[in-house]
Design a protein. Structure first.
Length: 117
């Protein structure tokens, strides 16, 4: 699942990963993501950190508290620039397995998704 409020990012990631034979579901907000999770449980969520609506940390809390969702792996996909220490702290959060900065290299994105899945 790709969760991002920028349609171009969603389309790019979707196109790239579908070429690698992944089935992609998208959501444009944390709220929409949680609604879609009620119907499907993805192997991985590529998640933007900053979006309008529900705060991502609240969404993560909801995922962690749900037995059906708590093992979904999450990769942050964001324009937020952080130090290695800040990234390491974020990666300690529940199910956060990687951190990819935008703009991203397509080959690197695919490699890191394959590593997680």
């Amino acid at each position: 699942m790709v969760v991002d409020d920028v349609p171009d990012i969603v389309e790019t990631v979707k196109t790239v990963l579908e070429k690698e034979e992944y089935e992609i579901i998208s959501a444009s907000s944390a709220d929409e993501c949680l609604e879609k999770l009620k119907k499907i449980t993805p192997d991985l969520i590529l998640l933007d950190i900053m979006m309008p609506g529900m705060v991502v940390k609240e969404m993560l809390k909801g995922i962690k508290e749900n037995k059906k969702w708590r093992n979904i792996k999450i990769i942050y996909l964001t324009v937020v620039r952080m130090s290695e220490v800040e990234k390491a702290d974020l990666l300690k959060e529940a199910n956060i397995v990687d951190f990819i900065e935008k703009p991203f290299d397509i080959t690197n994105l695919v490699r890191r998704v394959k590593k997680v899945i």
